[in-house]
Ligand binder design. Structure first.
Ligand code: APR
Length: 198
């Protein structure tokens, strides 16, 4: 079992599930949410719109996750999770972000997903400090793998080199051996990620 860090566009990954860093409406937005909706096609928004509101304007509360099909994406499922907006770290942000990873992995196990890719949830518009978020991603995925067989492939997707490095450092700090990153001059597409082998 291994945790991988890969640099590139999550919408191109032919994995069983890609995780979307959505907002509570689940009706799309910018960043990775916008990229996933564009790549999936309009049926994704239709599917999200059919999901029940749990309260006015909210289909998926922060820290929770809901699955839809992936439509035109190469993945099979999209797991829509909503990360916390960063304020000051004293409004449950760490626990809510940890829930995004843990509940997505629980859903993956339930749906017999064998490979799952996560973007850097909350690290864009929602302003979560990158290294603190990377530490949570590393801690949650490593803890999951220690106790579960599936999903056997967990990929942390970095969209830029700063995120790639933060994941590398966080995995190393969490005791996961990490291969040297590929030289920066190689294209992001070729950037076969540091693979942390258990
Ligand atoms: N593939 C992988 N990662 C991506 C991609 C992509 N195609 N596009 C952006 N990212 C990265 C960003 O660089 C960032 O590291 O995803 C991470 C999360 O950033 P955001 O997409 O801004 O998500 P978040 O910070 O969780 O904010 C969510 O933004 O787009 C809206 O509707 C969304 O309101 C919600 C909010």
């Amino acid at each position: 079992m291994k945790i991988e860090v890969w640099q590139g566009d999550i919408t191109t990954l032919a994995v069983d599930a890609i995780v979307n860093a959505a907002n509570e409406t689940l009706l799309g937005g910018g960043g990775v949410d916008g990229a996933i909706h564009r790549a999936a096609g309009p049926e994704l928004r239709d599917a999200c719109e059919r999901l029940a509101l749990v309260r006015p304007g909210v289909r998926c509360p922060t820290g929770e996750v809901l699955a839809t099909e992936a439509f035109a994406l190469p993945a099979r499922h999209v797991f829509h999770t909503v990360g916390p907006v960063w304020h000051d770290g004293h409004r449950d942000e760490p626990a809510l972000l940890a829930n995004c990873y843990w509940k997505s992995l629980q859903l993956a196990e339930k749906l017999e997903v064998r490979s799952i890719a996560f973007p850097a949830i909350s690290c864009g518009v929602y302003g979560y400090p990158l290294y603190q978020a990377a530490q949570i991603a590393a801690t949650e995925t490593i803890a999951w793998q220690r106790g579960h067989r599936e999903p056997r492939r967990i990929i942390l997707v970095a969209y830029n080199s700063a995120t790639f490095k933060a994941y590398q450092q966080a995995l190393l700090a969490a005791g996961q051996p990490v291969e040297e990153a590929c030289p920066a001059e190689r294209s992001a597409q070729d950037m076969r990620i540091a693979t942390a082998l258990e």
